[in-house]
Structure formats: structure tokens, C-alpha cells
Design a binder for this molecule. Structure first.
Ligand code: NAD
Ligand code: UDP
Ligand code: UDP
Length: 327
């Protein structure tokens, strides 16, 4: 454990999820006390089971759409299903999670004077007409389509964060996260990296939606968590929003080819129809993160795919997956 100047009690909502579990690990390693809150909608105890023995780690089963009265120094608000099949499963609950969840966590932050971080998303840019996306771009979002519960919920959460800042002088930090991957991604959540790796490892066809010319920029989880911690540590006057992601852009076809090559799979590629409102291109402009956080991603797509493929390989073999990062 590293020496810390000040041990803080930090609440992470959505702490049993993919990103949340990595953040729990990181903040404990930095010497803090972590309170992990989750309702296990898409998260899993398995993601945090290795932390349960740590006396500075505490878990609360709770839904952020309900009020929460505890005492903390900082809050990372990550609770929200993040993949289309999960956030579209109960879209009203998705909007409630973003909006009521933000209100409750902001109310908590206001009462206990805690600094609060919001996991926003590149989806606030919708299907962008400006490329790469810069924070000053207002986006191109369908307000009533099947992705709107997520996109508009997250946009409203940003509004609430900035209004609590203006109205109540809260110390807020807003990160706009671009596609991130790594160990502990949900194997069945339909996201492209997990889908392709699982399909390849099982020798099943790789399903490309559309013609595969659409692009995404994939960030490895460790790089992203570093950006979260740095953003939380920026000076009080800085709130963001800040794009956090890896600017290296790949088409979905290129991703499929990389996964097939790296897994040695014999899978064929099949083309299926493109979902409604699927963004054609996405790439962060990270100039602001470089300037304010002194941060840029270090892990290339091929480097990050190695532990991610190992994680899913172990998962599919039924081997304990939480320790895979030590392999
Ligand atoms: P995830 O689904 O693994 O994690 C979300 C966690 O929130 C889960 O553990 C889930 O059980 C929990 N949760 C959902 N609704 C809740 C509620 N009402 N109350 C309490 N807990 C609840 O997804 P993730 O990829 O780890 O995403 C974490 C955050 O980052 C989300 O807010 C997501 O919108 C954001 N984000 C992620 C990405 C990405 O590429 N992974 C990109 C942009 C934004
Ligand atoms: N809240 C909470 N924990 C707290 C304080 C507030 O969950 O420690 C919730 C509560 O549901 C409240 C919401 O946050 O309705 C917003 O709080 P705020 O003080 O901003 O507004 P108000 O209490 O006036 O609605
Ligand atoms: N995608 C795909 N095959 C899959 C899953 C996703 O071609 O099995 C595509 C999807 O249509 C989108 C891209 O990959 O164009 C990224 O999808 P994901 O759901 O991972 O992220 P998001 O669309 O939210 O950026």
C-alpha cells in the first residue's frame, strides 16, 4: 500500500461493476477507505469478492434512485447500466438511475460537503457531426429513440451537476467516458469487445452490425481509472466536462480482424443489421485531459486485448476470474 497524505472515505456507486470494481481496487491501493454501493443490476459480487477481506472496504446493497444518508469525503457516481441491451431492458429505470441517482448523490454531496465525480459518457454527443468530439460540442442526440434513456439521462445528469455547482457551489468533476474495455467486462452485455472475444474463443461467427465501417476508439481500463483519479485531484475551480478515452480510432471490422488474429480463432465474420441510432464515428479529442490532468492513454488496443482475452478465456473455462490481472 502506498503512503497517502490524507486517508479519505470514498463512496463509489456502481462499485461492483466493470469500471467500479477497478476503481475500488485502485483507491484501496492508494490507501483510502472505500464504500462500494451497488444494486447488482449489471454488476456482480464476483468482481469485488477479492476485496471483501480488506478492513477498509465496505459494501452496501442499495439502489441510487433512493436517498442515502452516510458520511463520506468523496463520491464517484458510476451507477448506471452502460451497454445498450442492459440500459434498454428497463429504459424508465435507466433514466431514473441517471436522474434520480444524480439528484440523490448531489444531495448527499451537498449535505456532507463532499467532492463528487460523475461518470458521463461520449453518448452525450449522440451520433456526432463533429469529429473528433471536443467538449464544447453540444452533440447530436435523438431525444426519443431507443438510446435516449441513456443519452438523455446522462445529459440531464450533467445539467444537474452543473446546476448544483452554480446554485450550491458544489465541487464537481465530470468525465465523459469513451468506449472502455478490459477484464471484468460483462460477458453477455452485447458490447463489441466482449462479444467479439467470446465469439472468437467459442469458435462462433463474429457478428458485425452494418458493414463494419463504423468506428470507435477503445481505451484500456487501467488508463481510464488513472484519468478518474487525476480528474478528482484537479484544482477546485475545475469541473470539466473532460473527455476521457483513447483517441486511437478503429473500424469495427479492424477490431474483428485483430480479435480473430490474437485468439487464433477460425471464426468467420457475418454481417447483421445495424441497430437504430448507432453512431457512425466516435473519437475523443483529449487535448483538455492532456492539459488539465497531464494524462493520455498508454495502453494500445493490441496490448489491452491480451489481458482482456485472458480474462474471458478463464471465465469461459470456469476459472476464478478476479485474479486474472495478476497473471
Ligand atoms: P457496469 O454495468 O459494469 O457498471 C454499472 C454498475 O452500476 C453495475 O454494477 C450495476 O449493478 C450498477 N447499477 C446500475 N443501476 C444501479 C442503481 N439504480 N443503483 C445502484 N447501482 C446500480 O458498467 P461500466 O462499464 O462499469 O460503467 C460504469 C459507468 O461508466 C456507468 O455510469 C456508465 O454509463 C459509464 N460509462 C462506461 C463506459 C464504458 O465504456 N465502460 C463508457 C461511457 C460511460
Ligand atoms: N439526499 C440523500 N442523502 C443526503 C441528502 C440528500 O440521498 O444526505 C437526497 C434526498 O432524496 C434529496 C435529494 O438528495 O431529495 C436532493 O437533496 P437536496 O438537499 O439538494 O434537495 P432537497 O432535500 O431540498 O430535495
Ligand atoms: N457491434 C457489432 N457487433 C457486436 C456488438 C456491437 O458490430 O456484436 C457494433 C455496434 O453496432 C457499434 C459498435 O460495435 O457500432 C460498438 O458497440 P458497443 O455496444 O460496444 O458500444 P457503443 O455503440 O455504445 O459505442
Amino acid at each position: 500500500m502506498k503512503a497517502v497524505q490524507q486517508k479519505k472515505r470514498i463512496l463509489i456507486t456502481g462499485g461492483a461493476g466493470f469500471l467500479g470494481s477497478h476503481l475500488c481496487e485502485r483507491l484501496l491501493a492508494d490507501g483510502h477507505e472505500v464504500v462500494c454501493l451497488d444494486n447488482y443490476f449489471t454488476g456482480a459480487k464476483q468482481n469485488i469478492v477479492h476485496l471483501l477481506e480488506n478492513p477498509y472496504f465496505e459494501v452496501i446493497r442499495h439502489d441510487v434512485t433512493f436517498p442515502l444518508y452516510i458520511e463520506v469525503d468523496e463520491i464517484y457516481n458510476l451507477a448506471c447500466p452502460a451497454s445498450p441491451i442492459h440500459y434498454q431492458f428497463d429504459p424508465v429505470q435507466t433514466t431514473k438511475t441517471s436522474v434520480h441517482g444524480a439528484i440523490n448523490m448531489l444531495g448527499l454531496a451537498k449535505r456532507v460537503k463532499a467532492k463528487i465525480f460523475q461518470a458521463s459518457t461520449s453518448e452525450v454527443y449522440g451520433d456526432p457531426q463533429v469529429h473528433p468530439q471536443i467538449e464544447t460540442y453540444w452533440g447530436h442526440v435523438n431525444p426519443n429513440g431507443i438510446r435516449s434513456c441513456y443519452d438523455e439521462g446522462k445529459r440531464c445528469a450533467e445539467t444537474l451537476f452543473f446546476d448544483y455547482r452554480r446554485q450550491h457551489n458544489l465541487n464537481i468533476k465530470v468525465a465523459r467516458i469513451f468506449n472502455t474495455y478490459g477484464p471484468r467486462m460483462h460477458p453477455n452485455d452485447g458490447r463489441v469487445v466482449s462479444n467479439f472475444i467470446v465469439q472468437a474463443l467459442q469458435g462462433r461467427p463474429i457478428t458485425i452490425y452494418g458493414d463494419g465501417s463504423q468506428s470507435r476508439s477503445f481505451c484500456y481500463v487501467d488508463d481510464l481509472i488513472e484519468a478518474f483519479v487525476r480528474l478528482m485531484d484537479t484544482e477546485d475551480g475545475f469541473a470539466g466536462p473532460v473527455n476521457t478515452g483513447n483517441p486511437s480510432e478503429f473500424t469495427i471490422l479492424q477490431l474483428a480482424e485483430n480479435v480473430i488474429e490474437m485468439t487464433g480463432a477460425k471464426s468467420e465474420i457475418i454481417f447483421e443489421s445495424l441497430p437504430q441510432d448507432d453512431p457512425q464515428q466516435r473519437q475523443p479529442d483529449i487535448s483538455l485531459a492532456k492539459e488539465k490532468l497531464g494524462w493520455e492513454p498508454k495502453v494500445s488496443l493490441r496490448e489491452g486485448l491480451v489481458p482482456t482475452i485472458a480474462y474471458f478465456d478463464n471465465f469461459l473455462r470456469g476459472i476464478d476470474t478476479w485474479s486474472v490481472r495478476d497473471i
